[in-house]
Design a protein around this ligand. Structure first.
Ligand code: IDP
Length: 140
């Protein structure tokens, strides 16, 4: 498997609890390199565009409110098989179902306030990276 890039967000529940460093340590221990990173505070409208794929889901409004409730850290992670590796380190969406040692098992508060986002496929990774970063901001 070739070196890939994926898009990651450290969500408001995690930045609120000062967990950015602890979560980054999990990525780095898994062999993922943080090749771009910045702290931003989304508007609800910007969160809505990012999560447009979920617009018809019952939790969409709650999700957009949450993502705009506090600063987030957006990142590009790079490594061998980075998309799958990141999803593995994140753990299942619902922390009650997440495996031991994963970020969501250790840190997530609920299925909604689950500490991290990670792209699920190369196509979504490319779109998500381009929504938040210019090429000059990604330093591999
Ligand atoms: P993922 O983040 O593990 O890829 P998705 O199903 O794509 O999971 O959902 C996107 C995000 O929407 C989740 O990470 C979580 O924050 C939120 N979410 C998913 N399901 C629920 C729910 O049932 N209630 C509230 N929020 C949810």
């Amino acid at each position: 498997m070739a070196v890939q890039r994926t898009f990651s967000i450290i969500k408001p529940d995690a930045t609120n609890r000062n967990l950015t460093g602890a979560i980054n340590a999990k990525f780095e221990e898994a062999g993922l390199r943080i090749v771009a990173q910045k702290r931003i505070h989304l508007t609800k409208a910007q969160a809505g565009v990012f999560y447009a794929v979920h617009a018809e889901r019952p939790f969409y409004d709650e999700l957009c409110e949450f993502m705009a409730s506090a600063p987030i850290v957006v990142q590009v992670l790079e490594g061998e098989d980075a998309i799958a590796k990141n999803r593995e380190v994140m753990g299942a969406t619902n922390p009650a179902e997440a495996a031991e040692g994963t970020i969501r098992k250790e840190f997530a508060l609920s299925i909604g306030e689950n500490s991290v986002h990670g792209s699920d496929a190369p196509e979504t990774a490319a779109v998500e990276i381009a929504y938040f970063f210019s090429g000059l901001e990604i330093v591999g």
